[in-house]
Design a protein around this ligand. Structure first.
Ligand SMILES: NC(=O)c1ccc[n+]([C@@H]2O[C@H](COP(=O)([O-])OP(=O)(O)OC[C@H]3O[C@@H](n4cnc5c(N)ncnc54)[C@H](OP(=O)(O)O)[C@@H]3O)[C@@H](O)[C@H]2O)c1
Length: 264
């Protein structure tokens, strides 16, 4: 029963431990700060170890708690780094994460005919194989501790038919399907799995659109007429991560200013 809960309590993450991949910049870095604000201890993961360690130190300082955050190295292109990183989390915090924001990813902007093998392999290795392995390793550990919440960061590029993003779009469609299969198989283990699909957000990744001078065209196709900023994801992330979303699993939430509705 939640009638007597203060609204903050409905969305609180106090007592939780969250792993955020791709936390050295953009959406992941922002999400790590958000989860800490909601009371979780956070582990920030990426290849740029110095960046995640610096961000973790800032979070720890902000909350006056040396154990509030920790930075670790994960390279999705080197799958052996994933279990090592999750072991490190258990060593540092004495338990595995019960929230995973499976967010790390890369993009490749090219027409289909110009996709070379190396770029296609890199996109699939990172966005599919790497994200799959992180989700599986984290879920295996959640099974042992009685459950958790996994948020796979997909993209509206995996839901509609985006031009010049063939490999990226396919990788994100795959992540949505993975989300649904995981949700089906893991519900009995008390693990919820949902996909969060942003539209066009201003981050390092978005630079590729700016370089190809398509910003104006994109904004024209967004009914709300602006690009997203990472804090536009705060509500959905808290909903999916916290007990407020306790009956939600296998859902796909788009956060795109209405872009997927556009007829342009
Ligand atoms: N920005 C958008 O418009 C948008 C829209 C829809 C979906 N998304 C998705 O949102 C997620 C975050 O993207 P973003 O926009 O925040 O872009 P971003 O700032 O470029 O962040 C990408 C993150 O992924 C990490 N990463 C990349 N390759 C990695 C690898 N091999 N191993 C481990 N980490 C790796 C990067 O860290 P290191 O380089 O330090 O490893 C970085 O922290 C991605 O999955 C992206 O597809 C973004």
């Amino acid at each position: 029963m939640t009638e007597n809960l203060m609204l903050e309590e409905l969305f609180t993450l106090r007592g939780r431990l969250a792993l955020v991949t791709g936390a050295s910049s953009g959406i992941g870095l922002h999400a790590a700060g958000l989860l800490a604000r909601a009371g979780a201890k956070v582990v920030l993961a990426a290849r740029r170890l110095h960046a995640v360690q610096t961000a973790a130190a800032e979070i720890a300082k902000q909350y006056g708690d040396a154990n509030a955050a920790h930075g670790i190295h994960i390279d999705l292109n080197r799958l052996e780094t994933i279990p090592l990183a999750l072991d490190e989390i258990e060593r540092v915090f004495g338990r595995p994460a019960d929230i995973l924001i499976n967010n790390a990813g890369i993009i490749h902007f090219a027409r289909f005919l110009d996709h070379d093998d190396e770029a296609v392999a890199r996109i699939f290795a990172t966005n599919l194989n790497g994200s799959f392995a992180v989700a599986r390793e984290a879920a295996r550990r959640m099974v042992k501790t009685g459950g958790g919440s996994i948020i796979n960061v997909g993209s509206t590029a995996g839901l509609r038919t985006p031009g010049s993003l063939a490999a990226y779009g396919v990788s994100k469609t795959g992540l949505v399907q993975l989300t649904k299969i995981m949700a089906l198989e893991l519900a009995s283990k008390k693990i919820r799995v949902n996909a969060l699909c942003p539209g066009n957000f201003v981050t390092e990744m978005h630079q590729v659109f700016t370089e190809h001078k398509v910003d104006e065209t994109i904004v024209k196709r967004i009914p709300q007429r602006r690009l997203g900023s990472p804090d536009d994801l705060d509500g959905p992330i808290l909903l999916l991560a916290s007990d407020a979303g306790r009956y939600m699993t296998g859902t796909v939430i788009t956060v795109d200013g209405g872009q997927t509705l556009s007829w342009l």
